[in-house]
Design a protein. Structure first.
Ligand SMILES: C[S@@+](CC[C@H](N)C(=O)[O-])C[C@H]1O[C@@H](n2cnc3c(N)ncnc32)[C@H](O)[C@@H]1O
Length: 186
């Protein structure tokens, strides 16, 4: 699993501890200090199934992942930086080339999980992944236990582990908008 913009690493470290049977976890983060600190925690916790890499995912995702032997089970992009100003939207991490690379690297049945507490950013991510509904399907059409609200957002975090930003946003009373997709089997 790859978490893009892993921040403090909280989410991925908890996941790697809780679901060690599921495989390997890689966090990509553009802030080197956060990467260093997260890898220190990994060492202290003696986890051998997780690593954080200092990388600009927009530029390096494809290269990094193509050197990994085997397809990905999941890619998450959780509360990415919003870059509110219109002229800065091109700095948002979810752009067409990244979406295409993610879809290429996912195993059939592999999942993409995106969320944001900023509605406009969530809609932007949703639009970009909804454009790929020939390859992907939204998880509510696959898993009857998944509940979505009237606007198509997941009612709760399906991973059961929250990110740092998510905790902060929910503590402040904000809604977190979530979508999860699964790559079709054929
Ligand atoms: C708002 S924080 C959210 C962190 C974490 N996902 C969470 O939900 O708590 C966004 C993170 O993405 C990182 N980031 C932004 N652009 C990135 C890029 N192109 N590649 C990798 N990380 C990036 C930022 O440094 C920051 O740590």
């Amino acid at each position: 699993m790859v978490d893009i913009g892993s921040g403090s690493g909280r989410f991925l470290i908890w996941l790697a501890k809780a679901k060690c049977e599921l495989g390997n976890y890689l966090g990509l983060e553009i802030r080197q200090k956060l990467v260093k600190r997260a890898n220190c925690w990994v060492k202290e916790l003696q986890l051998d199934n997780i690593h954080f890499l200092f990388a600009n995912a927009s530029v390096s995702f494809n290269n990094l992942i193509s050197s990994y032997p085997g397809p990905l089970a999941m890619v998450s992009i959780l509360c990415p930086d919003p870059h509110f100003k219109k002229r800065h939207h091109k700095r948002r991490v979810v752009q067409k080339p990244l979406v295409d690379s993610i879809l290429c690297s996912l195993a059939p049945g592999g999942k993409v999980f995106v969320q944001s507490d900023v509605f406009e950013v969530a809609v932007d991510m949703r639009n970009q992944f909804d454009e790929k509904l020939d390859v992907l399907q939204h998880i509510d059409s696959v898993d009857p236990d998944i509940s979505i609200d009237g606007d198509g957002w997941l009612r709760k975090n399906p991973m059961g582990i929250r990110t740092e930003r998510e905790i902060h946003a929910e503590f402040e009373g904000a809604k977190v908008y979530r979508r999860m997709y699964q790559k079709k089997l054929i």
